[in-house]
Design a binder for this molecule. Structure first.
Ligand code: IYR
Length: 217
């Protein structure tokens, strides 16, 4: 064991810091219109480093983040994602799903994959290599990766970068294209960049605190 290094803040700072963070996060929206403007790699690395501090089952950190700026690779990924999405929208999407997507105005054209300067692909590890050379399980890897992805999105938003949590389905093609091993499973394809000058987002509302909170005191 080692001493825990976080220092205690005065209650006023806790409130002020909490409000500032809420204001930043409350402005976040999933962005589908990206500027092609360059974003330095070190900013993406810093956000991924932040995501890497997430808690995880048995601290196994069951994630790999793949960072892509190569335009040819982005084009190949876009073509593969659009091929799957065409089938999803035309044939695989039940009416109950289409009904809740309709207000978002999404379709099978994914220009954000080639417009955004960066793609981040998150892979979830279902297994880990043990010291004895055999594979063993990971624990709570879905939950762990979900938490890490949330921290990644928060870190990017805090820097002023826009993101889209895109989940082309099924996304097994990303393992093949990016040369990842069989125990890694693509979980998120995230275009990252500045929003386009005239970017628009769906006019959606977030539930209020009273809608999402139940207190027993
Ligand atoms: N993967 C598809 C469909 C889609 C699904 C959900 I759930 C969304 O919140 C948005 C889109 C696509 O990316 O278009």
């Amino acid at each position: 064991m080692v001493p825990y290094s976080m220092s205690k803040k005065p209650i006023e700072s806790m409130q002020a810091d909490g409000e500032a963070f809420f204001a930043t996060m409350n402005k976040r929206r999933s962005v589908r219109h990206f500027s092609k403007q360059h974003v330095p790699q070190h900013l993406l690395e810093l956000a991924i480093q932040t995501a890497g501090t997430a808690p995880s089952g048995a601290n196994l950190q069951p994630w790999t983040y793949v960072l892509i700026s190569n335009q040819d690779m982005k084009s190949v990924i876009r073509a593969a994602a659009e091929e799957e999405e065409r089938k999803t929208y035309a044939e695989r999407m039940p009416e109950a799903w289409a009904e809740v997507l309709e207000p978002l105005g999404t379709d099978d054209i994914k220009e954000h994959i080639t417009d955004a300067p960066w793609l981040i692909v998150m892979f979830r590890h279902s297994q880990r290599l043990r010291a004895n050379g055999e594979f063993g399980p990971t624990y709570y890897s879905h939950e762990s990766c979900g938490i890490s992805a949330g921290m990644l999105i928060a870190a990017l938003q805090n820097m002023g970068l826009a993101t889209l949590t895109h989940t082309p389905s099924p996304m097994g093609f990303l393992r093949d294209l990016l040369g990842r091993p069989p125990h890694e499973h693509a979980m998120l394809l995230m275009p990252v960049g500045y929003p386009a000058d005239h970017a628009e987002v769906p006019n959606i509302m977030k539930k209020s605190l009273s809608d999402i909170l139940v207190v027993h005191s």
